[in-house]
Structure formats: structure tokens, C-alpha cells
Design a protein around this ligand. Structure first.
Ligand code: ZN
Length: 82
């Protein structure tokens, strides 16, 4: 499997279990802003990123700005946790 060019793009293939945003959107803070990094339960769904301690939201996605839903995409199905 090729390495994703952009970790953030790989993370956004999944819905976030923490803030419940849908695939295609950045993580959201409780205050309704774009989070500065993705929630760990979300990037743990990406096998290549499991060793990471944090995955930052790219600057061009506007961390700290008001959160808006991204374009709808079909969520990838996470591997079953064993
Ligand atoms: Zn999240």
C-alpha cells in the first residue's frame, strides 16, 4: 500500500470518533473551531499513523478558524479492532 502523500488526507478518510465530524472534514473543537490537530482516536484508524503522537491540521485547512463541514466523501471502513 502506498504511503499517503499527506497524513491529514489519510486521517480525513475516516469519521472522527471523538468530535463526530464526517470524513472529508477537519476535527472540530468544542468551541466550534477547526482543531489544531486531529483527535488520536481518529488517526489511530490509519495504520501508518498509529505510531504518531499527534497529527497536525495543515495550515491551509485553517486551524483556529470557525469550523465548516468539508465536502462529503464516503468514509473508509476502519479495520476491525481486535
Ligand atoms: Zn475529531
Amino acid at each position: 500500500m502506498p504511503q499517503p502523500a499527506e497524513p491529514a488526507a489519510a486521517v480525513e478518510q475516516f469519521d472522527c470518533p471523538t468530535c463526530e465530524v464526517l470524513a472529508g472534514s477537519t476535527c472540530r473543537t468544542r468551541g466550534g473551531k477547526v482543531a489544531s490537530k486531529y483527535h488520536p482516536p481518529r488517526f489511530m484508524l490509519v495504520p501508518q499513523l498509529r505510531a504518531e503522537l499527534e497529527v497536525k491540521t495543515p495550515a491551509d485547512r485553517g486551524p483556529g478558524r470557525a469550523w465548516e463541514m468539508g465536502p462529503a466523501v464516503d468514509a473508509a471502513v476502519p479495520e476491525a479492532a481486535t
